[in-house]
Design a protein around this ligand. Sequence first.
Ligand SMILES: Cc1cc2nc3c(=O)[nH]c(=O)nc-3n(C[C@H](O)[C@H](O)[C@H](O)COP(=O)(O)OP(=O)(O)OC[C@H]3O[C@@H](n4cnc5c(N)ncnc54)[C@H](O)[C@@H]3O)c2cc1C
Length: 306
Amino acid sequence: MLRSVILAASRSSQVERLVATAPFTRDVVRRFVAGTGTDDALRATRELVADGLTVTLDNLGEDTVTPDQATATRDEYLALLRALDAAGLTPAAEVSVKLSALGQRFDEQLAYDNARAICVAADEAGTTVTLDMEDHTTTDSTLDTLVKLRKDHPSTGAVLQAYLRRTESDCRELAGAGSRVRLCKGAYAEPESVAYQSAREVDKSYVRCLNVLMSGAGYPMLATHDPRLIAIGEDRARWFDRGPGEFEFQMLYGIRPEEQARLAGEGYTVRTYLPYGEDWYGYLMRRLAERPANLVFFGRALASKK
Ligand SMILES: Cc1cc2nc3c(=O)[nH]c(=O)nc-3n(C[C@H](O)[C@H](O)[C@H](O)COP(=O)(O)OP(=O)(O)OC[C@H]3O[C@@H](n4cnc5c(N)ncnc54)[C@H](O)[C@@H]3O)c2cc1C
């Protein structure tokens, strides 16, 4: 219930104005977001890589409504990839891209062209691109774009969301050799017709999908902070004899950093999803919806009136 309210608020420009201008917001945002500019992103990437982690960078922004905004997002990514390359941070750092930020909602061809330009720049920089997955109305379009991009850029990563009923079947489709697939639970409010509603059903689906990916020929990227699912991931890695370079764990910046360090210390590849940029509102609200206990941070910051 609280989750749905927070996710509804994530689409409200009135609430956005309220949250964005509140004096305490800065501290809360800082916990989950590297900063607003490319320099902040590079600094945080350097620190994470020095700690033995790998990184995927997300230039925050989604649901652009004009071609100019979409082109500006593309250009941000091109500049970021050049900067990562110049700083010697590739291939430890790749990028995650939302097609809605590249124009998907009003011009799929434009979104594809922009994503392709980012894939070309990533190839030149010696790294990879992963296409984030958004709400279920975009799943087919995103997977179609993935198939097109993979023709010239086979390392382009997909994201599949275990809460969608279709995902086990999508995992089978995408478990082929060389296929990079991030498996996550899913972060949007979805109707019963397309998505499992209870945490238990989502977890069971996650395990079925994880089994398909880990027993397949691709490169699974297990994106979760859930201790039980991480333990199952470790178990399946042993069972299917996958070494550290043959799959990876992924977690979000600022969430369970000790667990990220523990897994990296065990020799696993661990990738931190590192968001940066001005447009942090939707991202922050999804993190709050996942764990309403995070509202306590808001509460504390509000109480201290910083
Ligand atoms: C690398 C990465 C990429 C992602 N990409 C996408 C994507 O493209 N599309 C998409 O829909 N979703 C994406 N997600 C989000 C994902 O779908 C989930 O919403 C999110 O990861 C929470 O699910 P969980 O598996 O961690 O399990 P949960 O059951 O939500 O959490 C398990 C435990 O993790 C900790 N935890 C989880 N979330 C938080 C939080 N916000 N703050 C503090 N602690 C927390 C808590 O200890 C919690 O008990 C991504 C997640 C990761 C890690």
